[in-house]
Design a protein around this ligand. Structure first.
Ligand SMILES: Nc1nc2c(ncn2[C@@H]2O[C@H](COP(=O)(O)OP(=O)(O)OP(=O)(O)O)[C@@H](O)[C@H]2O)c(=O)[nH]1
Length: 266
């Protein structure tokens, strides 16, 4: 069963098919990818989670009065990016997250942006990225200044936001909707049907120096030069385990609501 969150499609008539947007959330472990994803989907902050889960969730959104069927892949790379094709060839836009209280996670976000830039160059197909400095509520422990975040985003030509999965939902929602707008702009520019999956796997000629520098050794790219395109396989089903309404919950007097596998939502 696929999990679908979000509001009813306001303003969508029977004829208006929703825009389909795939969004991948990238970043070092602990940056807050899952917390931001769940905040966006449920308006809640999670405190327990399974760090090894990688799931794709769906939400019916309305962005600028347009219905959007948004799929969000909350990635879970191990210490270095692995099998990147699963999101590189799937997503229309990327949220690259770092935790502002971790210099290491900021450096990793730079590696992810380089990876995306390299992939865009090789495939001649750019997918917009937004850089997010998460845990703004922990700003007193910050190891990364806002100026550094903005400078990194500027270097890669992407939007930059400081956010918190703990604070207001509207700001997190705004960031996700900005990603939809960026993706929509890019989709409008492109006449290629998407998403596409490219069969043949080839390492890039200049991949070694980049991977050596950034620890991306396990990432290879598929390139358009093979001209062998297939429809992307179906998106992995999200793991919706139990959704109890607040009424059902109060009947059972359950202290917490189990919504997504691995998440306890309070
Ligand atoms: N204070 C604070 N804590 C946060 C915030 N976002 C996430 N956290 C906490 O940081 C830890 C890591 O958050 P996750 O959302 O699991 O991070 P992740 O990037 O998904 O990490 P992996 O699942 O390991 O890839 C958890 O304990 C969260 O509760 C935030 O905005 N503020």
């Amino acid at each position: 069963m696929s999990s679908v969150f979000g509001k009813a499609r306001a303003g969508s008539g029977p004829q208006s098919a929703p825009l389909e947007v795939n969004l991948a959330i990238l970043g070092r472990r602990g940056a807050g990818k899952s917390a931001l994803t769940v905040k966006f989907l449920t308006r809640r902050f999670i405190s327990e989670y399974d760090p090894n889960l990688e799931d794709t969730y769906s939400s019916e959104e309305t962005v600028d009065h347009q219905p959007v069927h948004l799929r969000v892949m909350d990635t879970a790379d191990p210490d270095t990016p692995r099998n990147c094709e699963r999101y590189l060839n799937w997503a229309h836009a990327f949220l690259v997250v770092y935790s502002m209280d971790s210099r290491q996670s900021f450096e990793d976000s730079s590696s992810y942006l380089e990876l995306l830039a390299l992939h865009a160059k090789e495939t001649q197909r750019s997918s917009p990225a937004l850089l997010l400095g998460n845990k703004l509520d922990m700003a007193q422990y910050r190891q990364v200044t806002k100026a550094e975040g903005a400078a990194l985003a500027g270097k890669f030509g992407c939007l930059f936001f400081e956010v918190s999965a703990c604070l207001d939902f509207e700001h997190v929602q705004h960031v996700f909707h900005e990603a939809v707008r960026e993706a929509r702009r890019e989709l409008e520019k492109s006449s290629l049907p998407r998403p596409l999956f490219i069969c043949e796997e080839r390492a890039l000629p200049h991949q070694a120096p980049l991977t050596a520098r950034h620890g991306l050794a396990s990432c290879t790219f598929n390139t358009l030069s093979t001209v062998s395109l297939k429809e992307m396989p179906a998106v992995a089903q999200a793991k919706l385990v139990t959704v109890k309404s607040s009424r059902a919950q109060s009947k059972r007097k359950a202290p917490t609501l189990t919504l997504l596998k691995g998440f306890k939502i309070f």
